[in-house]
Design a protein around this ligand. Structure first.
Ligand SMILES: C[S@@+](CC[C@H](N)C(=O)[O-])C[C@H]1O[C@@H](n2cnc3c(N)ncnc32)[C@H](O)[C@@H]1O
Length: 525
């Protein structure tokens, strides 16, 4: 059967991305040294690939706010190519994000009208159309742009997908003080405060039209065209249980008592997200201005918006990921909400904005959502850079292992490329990693001779399997041990992926979607 699909230039030609190792830069860590939050500087496709092996199936909530593709990507503007470029940028990232999501995880994406419809089709393909949950509308701006040629653009979308919609449910939103206001206890009911609702049903059931005698002795019938919402027997029980209220004098028409303890402990989210509940661009600008008054990040999201997403999509201790971290909002909010977080940012603002912002959060800053979540400070993060590509070309054009790799980096990188988790062991110097089925890998630049192979073999039983990746082997020793396989590096890893690409950013230009209005300036001062 013919497939319904969106096509574009370059579709289906996703790169075979090199699973790089992450290099820990302890000089940029901050706070609790045992914290496992991760701030990663680098291209997010490479970084997501770097995380895939370790975190597959573990991330509970992914929020991304990619460049909206609002500007021309090329000097000679080609609309079709530009859309394709943007879609090609998104596809491989979404594919890895899907792999990273836990079975009960969800993906939330900010987007505006420029690419929304295309992104929806694309996400339907990657995440599965049946896993589409909602398209929320966020009221991002309240002022009218009177200089807009067509419409003043006052909303963004947040596309929501579940990894598996059949089992995924959003958490409820906490009840507000406002919503509890309708609950009182005029009859001092020991079960606590309650709100009342009518006892009649709009869709009448002829069986449930019967007279009720109030405590004052008055006989009442359901209003014309309705019936009572309960059968006569049930109504009797409810009256007996003091769940029907007839007013202070016992003379009113009956009302049904709904105790606050009986109703759901929160609200189901709606698809309309108003700025008074989740903030707007202006609020976000003020928040980031507090961290970097001299260099205000141009497209931040308000902390309250991310709080809403993380409330619905995660619980304390869950892993939250944002691979377009920008000024660090998601990491800051996740931190304050007790989530474990991973943030990836390519730009220099990873150093100039994300690090200082997260440091102040750890120190206990009181902006954004801090007061509402009673944030006191604490925790920490570790900082990582992407390792350079493993394979480079020498002056003769031959592919060789990059000189930037020391022995440990090489072992970690080759183990990762071959699908092993890097786990060197002190009790056995010939183990660098282990795979899902318990097989071991040993990586070395040594020349493996027959005696050395024999020495290595002594450290493994016949039932343990080992792959040795080495630069060279003595001829004829390949089959000396049935449980040990020999592979040559770099040759054996050359075909595994594409090497040398440091950036899959595809040069998409992002124009700020935040228009400074006079009011913004006034408020921001
Ligand atoms: C709209 S901003 C995100 C703003 C963020 N939500 C906030 O509240 O600050 C998009 C970010 O994605 C980053 N970005 C774009 N391409 C990237 C890539 N290939 N890898 C990592 N980050 C990238 C940009 O540098 C920019 O900071």
């Amino acid at each position: 059967m013919q497939k319904l699909e969106l096509t574009w230039i370059g579709k289906g030609q996703e790169p075979a991305v090199e699973p790089r190792i992450l290099l820990h830069d302890a000089s940029r860590d901050y706070g609790d040294p045992n914290a496992n939050n991760m701030l990663i500087h680098g291209d997010n496709l490479l970084a997501l690939k770097a995380l895939e092996q370790e975190f597959a199936g573990q991330v509970k909530c992914v929020y991304i706010d990619p460049p909206y593709n609002t500007g021309a990507a090329f000097s000679e503007y080609n609309d079709n190519l530009e859309h394709s470029t943007w879609l090609n940028l998104m596809v491989p990232r979404l594919q890895i994000i899907r792999n990273l999501l836990s079975p009960d995880g969800s993906l939330w994406i900010s987007i505006d009208d420029d690419e929304h419809a295309y992104l929806k089709c694309l996400c339907d393909e990657v995440m599965g159309r049946t896993n589409f949950v909602a398209n929320c509308i966020w009221h991002k701006k309240h002022t009218r742009s009177n200089d807009a040629k067509w419409f003043s653009d006052n909303h963004d979308y947040i596309l929501v997908y579940a990894k598996d919609k059949l089992t995924w449910r959003p958490n409820l939103l906490p009840r507000t003080e406002e919503s509890a206001k309708g609950y009182t206890n005029p009859d001092d009911d020991p079960r606590g405060v309650w709100a009342s609702g009518p006892c009649h049903a709009k869709t009448p059931n002829p069986k449930d039209i019967y007279p009720i005698t109030t405590p004052s002795g008055r006989v009442v019938m359901p209003p014309a065209g309705t019936s009572w919402r309960f059968s006569e027997a049930k109504m009797k029980d409810l009256i007996q249980d003091n769940r029907i209220y007839f007013g202070a004098n016992g003379d009113n028409v009956p009302r049904y008592k709904r105790f606050i303890t009986d109703v759901q402990n929160g609200f189901v989210p709606t698809t309309l997200w108003f700025r008074d509940e989740v903030g707007d661009n202006q609020e976000a600008k003020k928040e980031v201005k507090a961290f970097n008054p001299d260099s205000v990040f141009s497209t931040p999201k308000p902390e309250r918006l991310i709080e809403r997403i993380l409330t619905l999509g995660s619980k304390e201790g869950d892993i939250v990921l944002d691979s377009f971290l920008g000024s660090g909002t998601t990491a800051a909010v996740a931190h304050k909400m007790g989530r474990r977080w991973i943030g990836i940012e390519l730009g220099e603002h990873c150093y100039t904005h994300c690090i200082p912002r997260l440091q102040t959060v750890i120190d206990g800053e009181q902006g954004g959502i801090s007061q509402s979540v009673e944030w006191q400070g604490g925790g920490g993060f570790k900082f990582y850079e992407l390792a350079p590509t493993l394979i480079v070309k020498d002056e003769n054009g031959f592919e060789i292992i990059s000189g930037q790799y020391d022995a440990t980096m090489l072992a970690a990188a080759v183990a990762k490329l071959c699908g092993y988790r890097f786990a060197p062991r002190e009790d056995n110097p010939y183990i660098h990693g282990v795979n899902n089925v318990g097989g071991f890998i040993f990586v070395t630049t040594q020349y493996i001779t027959a005696p050395l192979l024999g020495e290595i073999a002594k450290n493994f039983s016949d039932t343990q399997s080992l792959v040795i990746c080495a630069s060279a082997f003595q001829v004829g020793i390949k089959n000396n041990f049935p449980n040990i396989k020999l592979r040559k590096i770099p040759q054996s890893v050359l075909s595994k992926c594409e090497y040398g690409a440091d950036n899959y950013n595809l040069n998409v230009v992002e124009l700020p979607d935040f228009e400074e209005t006079e009011e913004d300036f006034e408020d921001a001062e």
